[in-house]
Design a protein around this ligand. Structure first.
Ligand code: SF4
Length: 209
């Protein structure tokens, strides 16, 4: 397997953003910038995942066990998600989604991580088939999570209600790559004089709709 150099990869993300930032700013379009970041990070994951690890991956469309946790995103991520929704939904679909999002924000805003899981409130972007309706632009945090044992995910969610933790076998390199990407995007935003504060997914996307 290829060796992963976190510092070198972080520098590549920083360079990519700094090259694309001026153009994105002129066009007031950070979607292209984040698309390029997603392509870079996904390509890096492909370089560092073995066929054996791929075969062990238990995350499949329709399994949404982890889609009821708090997801924190950066403003650039909120922009690409809101752009995607504005481009792909009809006005009435968008209005229905916004109501769903507002209700979710109301219900979860005072909950900590464990309380959110115990509340069993699914992500507003989870569709009826248990798939992610914003999959092409899903947050870096969602991209970082992989499981080699879907039963362990279910058990972990149940055990949280009992105050206990269960470890879930996952592709650690993928998580590391997405974590490095997240930090590099935050750093780039800071370098450009923007706020690098992360915010809860639903609330953050709503501010752009
Ligand atoms: S954005 Fe998609 S992958 Fe992430 S929690 Fe929501 S439904 Fe799940």
């Amino acid at each position: 397997m290829n060796k992963f150099d976190a510092q070198e990869f972080s520098d590549r993300v920083l360079n990519l953003i700094s090259t694309k930032f001026s153009l994105s700013k002129i066009k007031n379009n950070f979607t292209e910038l984040m698309e390029a970041v997603f392509v870079l990070s996904e390509a890096e994951v492909t370089l560092h995942i073995t066929d054996e690890e791929l075969a062990q991956m238990d995350c499949k469309e329709g399994c949404s066990t982890c889609c009821k946790v708090n997801v924190s995103i950066l403003d650039f991520e909120a922009i690409i998600i809101s752009d995607f929704l504005l481009k792909t939904l009809t006005n009435s679909e968008l209005e229905t989604l916004k109501i769903k999002m507002k209700l979710l924000v109301r219900d979860i805003q005072s909950l900590d991580e464990d309380e959110r899981i115990m509340s069993n409130k699914p992500c507003a972007f989870l569709n009826k088939k248990g798939g992610c309706s914003i999959y092409p632009v899903r947050p870096l945090l969602c991209r970082s999570v992989t499981s080699a044992d879907k039963q362990a995910c279910k058990d972990a969610m149940t055990m949280i209600a009992l105050g206990e933790e269960i470890s879930i076998p996952m592709h650690a390199r993928q998580k590391q790559i997405m974590d490095v990407t997240f930090k590099a995007v935050a750093k780039s935003m800071e370098n450009q004089g923007l706020s690098s504060k992360s915010m809860e997914l639903t609330k953050s996307v709503l501010t752009h709709l």
